[in-house]
Design a binder for this molecule. Sequence first.
Ligand SMILES: Cc1cc2nc3c(=O)[nH]c(=O)nc-3n(C[C@H](O)[C@H](O)[C@H](O)COP(=O)(O)OP(=O)(O)OC[C@H]3O[C@@H](n4cnc5c(N)ncnc54)[C@H](O)[C@@H]3O)c2cc1C
Length: 397
Amino acid sequence: MTSASPHKKSKALKPGSRRPAKELCSECGFCDTHYIHYVKEACAFLNQQVAELEEEAHGRSRNLDNSDDWYFGVNQDMMAARKKEPIEGAQWTGIVSTIACEMLNSGKVEGVVCVQNSEEDRFQPMPVIARTPEEVLAARVNKPTLSPNLSVLEQVEQSGMKRLLVIGVGCQIQALRAVEKKLGLEKLYVLGTPCVDNVTREGLQKFLETTSKSPETVVHYEFMQDFRVHFKHEDGSIEKVPFFGLNTKELKDIFAPSCMSCFDYVNSLADLVVGYMGAPLSYQWMVVRNDTGQEMLELVEDQLETQPVTSQGDRHKAVQQSIPAYEKGVTLPMWAARLMGVVIERIGPKGLEYARFSIDSHFTRNYLYVKRNYPEKLEAHVPEYAKQIVGQYELPE
Ligand SMILES: Cc1cc2nc3c(=O)[nH]c(=O)nc-3n(C[C@H](O)[C@H](O)[C@H](O)COP(=O)(O)OP(=O)(O)OC[C@H]3O[C@@H](n4cnc5c(N)ncnc54)[C@H](O)[C@@H]3O)c2cc1C
């Protein structure tokens, strides 16, 4: 099935009143709008249609014989980049916020869908349509929680805006692409980030309390390419906790079921993706999927320091070993975890190979999760590229 067809309406579903994907709902906000009529076709968890939507958005779907395509999605360029002058308080160097500001400054768009935080809680997402660079900058830094970004879609329609930039993660962008033609826009730009292991606000609290020494002062964190979680605190200090020291048993159930069933880590349907995992430490990773993505990149190129992507190491053994370790909830004592972190940082996968390591680890885990919890969904829900990735490993029943 392709994107929501114009004449096909599902049974009348009242906005805000239902979550048809039930526990698999990623709270992307789509069902808070009247577009909920299209949810059965549009929702990433009810109707997986990545290949069809890639075709519509990029003019082709990914070529499974080309290893970069297979892993990272349709792309025409890829690079490591960082801002020459980073934005203070951004998640990384602020490439996403910079692009969004320049899109407004240049008049290419009238508004930007992005997510600020509530006044009381820095991690509570508050989606907005920003119309000024100041409003975009107020949305910088990740809200590492499920976020209803698409809940503002109705406001876009009401505002009469014709040129729009949407910033979002994979599940949000899949639903957006499915109804793109119904939004009445002359031009839609989509700037995506990769996304994995998202949590509810309560889940985030448990993660912070279990893992950080000072959960209440964390301003942002990231699972970094050096196999450590870096927590940045209010006073600017950085706390590093090795992945292998995480309390897997305690943390196993915090990830949202939607994220445990997601196979769109790399945001396949965005025009341009900005993450970090395919780049060396301190750089961001940019994937240009089509000409619209290239147009956005060109707006900020003179503000970036770039270098080609590289790849080093072989992830396969580490991924295979991590599968039973995760299943058993193995947690190393902190001294051993730190030692392991140092060793793996030296000899482990780097650059694009680190990105493949992360994709493989998450896809094998998620495949087992769907197989065990939603066996009837497995065949249709897992895209071909993900089946091919998972097929490289021996999985337990
Ligand atoms: C939940 C989450 C998980 C991620 N996981 C990975 C990963 O595993 N690997 C990887 O390479 N990259 C990941 N990223 C992307 C990465 O962390 C950075 O967001 C990206 O590199 C951009 O950094 P920046 O400094 O340019 O962003 P900034 O300039 O700080 O801008 C961040 C933008 O993200 C948007 N945003 C914040 N929170 C959310 C949210 N919950 N949902 C949708 N949009 C949001 C804001 O609107 C803002 O515009 C993730 C991002 C998110 C939101």
